[in-house]
Ligand binder design. Structure first.
Ligand code: F0G
Length: 355
């Protein structure tokens, strides 16, 4: 018997029926999507929930949810004849863009806020061979520059203002409905540039239309308190937070995030860095899930609402957007290492352990 080739995987294969693909769209893949949905054992109660499910978007090939949308944006850019792509990024979009550009043999230009991108994400952009431009400014300024540059030069913009990114990212909502047999009561998600909350709301709407879900979840978005323009109702000129991924003061998809909140009967609220870091530690210590700080914002938000008695049961899904390995500096600063030295004998290790 000959060995069968592995079945093609990835968002463009798995979700072709709900994506705007043509015969000419190259079916590229790094095996993104179909991420695990794992049930919480310890934190659900703290949030006042009957059930809490974690969508492990950190399990995508570059370690964040960005791969779902990037694969569609890059495939469509290539279909339209592009030889180069560009994005502004707090680190994950650039890691993802750089990976797909490397895979497809096209150029990738990334504009990042100087000194504000976590080490692992910079390492990815470097490893994939992208051209990195460190901006003397924040993400919002970098995105303005990227928009202008891509209007002037034959380079495709692959930030989430590119509608193909939203199309790809909506597939996660389909996967959640498929795994749970319906939409959850609540979808908790960190909000930065607000592309992902927009994509999930679109996805859940389509699931309901297609009969794949009977309910629409309430969308619960969480911003970092020092970078919470939607909560404050005005842009934040100098955003700051330990969750550098969502250090954004003027989100491009602001309006659609507000629509997602209001149409779903949900909320967008702020969580402090201390609350984010508490959830970050609890996710690792109590659930075995090492995420980056931005991803912990949604759990911080649910815990806060739970403590305030504003959640009374029900089923929530929380999107864990990025891998903790991307930000080793925050991990080292936040966890107290329990390390003892010993020589390489059982007796010595016993002595070190006090056994
Ligand atoms: N979580 C992580 C880990 C992120 O990297 C981002 C955004 C978000 C949440 C927020 O998602 O922007 O769709 O509201 N990162 C972008 C980037 C801005 O450049 O990597 P959003």
């Amino acid at each position: 018997m000959t060995k069968a080739a592995a079945a093609p995987r990835g968002v463009l294969h798995r979700w072709a029926e709900i994506l705007p693909l043509s015969d000419k769209t190259p079916r590229i893949s790094l095996g993104e999507g179909e991420t695990p949905l794992v049930r919480s054992v310890h934190l659900a109660g703290l949030c006042g929930l009957d059930e809490l499910w974690f969508k492990l978007e950190m399990c995508n090939p570059t370690g964040s949810f960005k791969d779902r949308g990037m694969v569609v944006a890059v495939a469509k850019a290539i279909e339209e004849g592009a030889h180069a792509i560009m994005c502004a990024s707090t680190g994950n979009t650039s890691a993802s863009a750089a990976a797909y550009a490397a895979r497809c043999g096209i150029d990738c230009f990334v504009l990042v806020p100087g000194g504000k991108v976590a080490a692992g994400k910079m390492a990815q952009a470097i490893a994939f061979g992208s051209k990195i431009i460190e901006i003397d400014g924040n993400f919002d300024e970098a995105l303005n520059a990227a928009r202008e540059l891509t209007a002037r030069h034959p380079v495709a913009l692959v930030n989430s203002v590119n509608p193909f990114r939203i199309q790809g990212q909506k597939t996660a909502a389909f996967e959640i409905c498929e795994s749970l047999g319906d939409a959850p009561d609540i979808l908790a998600i960190p909000v930065g540039n607000a592309g992902n909350i927009t994509a999930y709301w679109k996805g859940f709407g389509e699931c309901a239309e297609l009969g794949r879900a009977t309910l629409h979840p309430r969308m619960y978005g969480f911003q970092a308190a020092g970078a919470a323009p939607i909560v404050r109702g005005e842009p934040v000129r100098e955003p700051h937070t330990v969750a550098t991924a969502i250090r954004i003061g003027n989100p491009a998809s602001w309006k659609s995030a507000v629509s997602a909140r209001d149409e779903s009967g949900g909320l967008i609220e702020a969580v402090t860095d201390d609350e984010i870091l508490e959830a970050y530690r609890l996710l690792a210590h109590k659930e075995g899930l090492f995420v980056e700080p931005a991803s912990a914002a949604s759990i911080a938000g649910l815990m806060k609402l739970g403590r305030e008695g504003r959640i009374r049961g029900g089923r929530a899904a929380a999107v864990l957007t990025g891998n903790g390995l991307k930000d080793p500096d925050t991990a080292i600063a936040q966890y107290r290492p329990d390390v003892t030295k010993a020589s390489a004998t059982a007796e010595s290790v016993e002595r070190a352990l006090g056994w």
